[in-house]
Ligand binder design. Structure first.
Ligand SMILES: Cc1cc2nc3c(=O)[nH]c(=O)nc-3n(C[C@H](O)[C@H](O)[C@H](O)COP(=O)(O)O)c2cc1C
Length: 381
């Protein structure tokens, strides 16, 4: 028996069990059997990527307190599993604002994907389609109008200067088939990212990729002077009114940490909230998202779905977020590590892995579907 046959045998065994029926076929096949988890995908991507690009993706802001807290936050929460429930079938399927998904895992908006892979926005869109995942485009990016291979997608914006620009934007993304508009609200200024400053990174590379050895490029937006660069310093709740007046699509606010803001957002009529600190890339010292989540969920009181992102690398991280009241999670860096390691199949594999880990964690916690999960499943220690 060669390695491929042995692998098929292993998967065949798993496929025979009801639990793994839907998740037996691993995207990418055994050629990708190197990394066995998201952390190891990061290691492969790190080896393949230019240091400037790796640091841009992996890094946070200043001392990276929030970046670390996002990961460490999950370690405060322990699962209190139930037993003797029938988990011979486990259903991870979810529906968020009318979009059905096989698992409550969305691709977060990430700009600068071209630092990782050529034409990356479209490559990740294809991976999302193949994985049945909702894809949120990076700020400023849109899924092509004429593409036949469009996934279900939400668009992402950090705002527009006036009402007219906002409504033109809304019309365009509606025409292109977006199913929701996410507005990122924690991006008032370019932040102070030590790794980019140290590397003499230029934000111009986000569109083009880093220069090749010996290539000289005119500076466009060098990191250090860009730290105070205004993005949306005058963005206020009026913007939400403009967008809502222009569209019937759900408007989802991304970057909420305070329960007060969550309450205002609901009063302003948003359709959903994403608890997020931009992956630790904006305000250092901002609270970890898993710690902010329960208060936001309480403030929203079930009026709109609350999603969250930040630091998710394992299915059990997702289970903790669901237990604390998130309806779904978004993953930012995880698919980028898949992309950097193996291109489109790597993204699919990472998404598959997170879904499979979540399903198994649910089974071992005695939860047969998302509706069975509640706060009693976690204890903060
Ligand atoms: C390289 C990179 C680029 C990002 N670009 C955007 C963006 O354009 N718009 C946005 O709202 N968030 C952006 N984010 C934040 C992500 O949407 C998400 O909140 C964060 O990555 C979640 O944390 P995680 O990477 O630990 O999963 C970016 C994050 C990364 C890592």
């Amino acid at each position: 028996m060669n390695r491929r046959e042995a692998f098929r045998g292993l998967i065949g065994f798993a496929a025979g069990s009801p639990l793994f029926g839907q998740t037996a076929v691993q995207p990418g096949g055994d050629d990708l059997m190197g990394p066995v988890n998201v952390h190891e995908f990061e290691e492969v991507a790190k080896r393949k990527l230019n240091k400037l690009a790796y640091d841009f993706i992996a890094g946070g802001v200043e001392d990276e307190l929030t970046l670390r807290a996002n990961r460490e936050g999950y370690n405060h929460f322990y699962l209190v599993p139930r037993v003797m429930t029938d988990v011979s079938k486990v259903d991870t399927s979810a529906e968020i604002l009318g979009v059905k998904m096989s698992a409550p895992i969305l691709i977060a908006p990430t700009g600068g994907k071209n630092l990782v892979f050529p034409n990356a926005e479209s490559v990740v869109a294809k991976a999302a389609l193949a994985s049945g995942t909702l894809f949120c485009t990076g700020s400023g990016a849109e899924v092509a109008a004429d593409g036949t291979d469009r996934p279900k997608w939400w668009t992402n914006t950090t705002g527009h200067a006036n009402k007219e620009a906002a409504s033109n934007y809304v019309r365009r993304v509606e025409d292109r088939g977006a199913l929701g508009i996410t507005v990122t609200v924690d991006n008032q200024y370019q932040s102070n990212r030590d790794r980019n400053n140290r590397n003499r990174f230029d934000y111009g590379y986000m569109a083009t990729g880093v220069p090749k050895a010996g290539e000289v490029r005119k500076p466009r937006s060098p990191a250090l002077p860009a730290m105070w660069q205004p993005h949306t310093p005058d963005l206020t709740w009026d913007y939400i009114d403009w967008v809502k007046a222009a569209t019937k699509l759900p408007v989802i606010l991304k970057g909420i940490l305070s329960p007060e803001d969550a309450r205002i957002a609901v009063d302003r009529g948003v359709s959903g909230i994403v608890v997020s600190n931009h992956g630790g890339r904006q305000l250092d010292g901002a609270i970890a998202t898993i710690d902010a989540l329960p208060d936001v969920v309480d403030a929203v009181a079930g009026k709109v779905p609350v999603l969250m992102d930040g630091g998710i690398r394992r299915g059990s991280d997702i289970l903790k977020a669901l237990a604390l009241g998130a309806k779904a999670v978004l993953v930012g860096r995880a698919p980028l590590w898949g992309l950097g390691a193996f291109g489109q199949p790597g993204v699919e594999r990472v998404l598959w892995m997170l879904g499979a880990e979540l399903k198994l964690a649910m089974a071992l916690a005695g939860m047969k579907d998302l509706a069975s999960i509640d706060r009693k499943l976690v204890k903060r220690l």
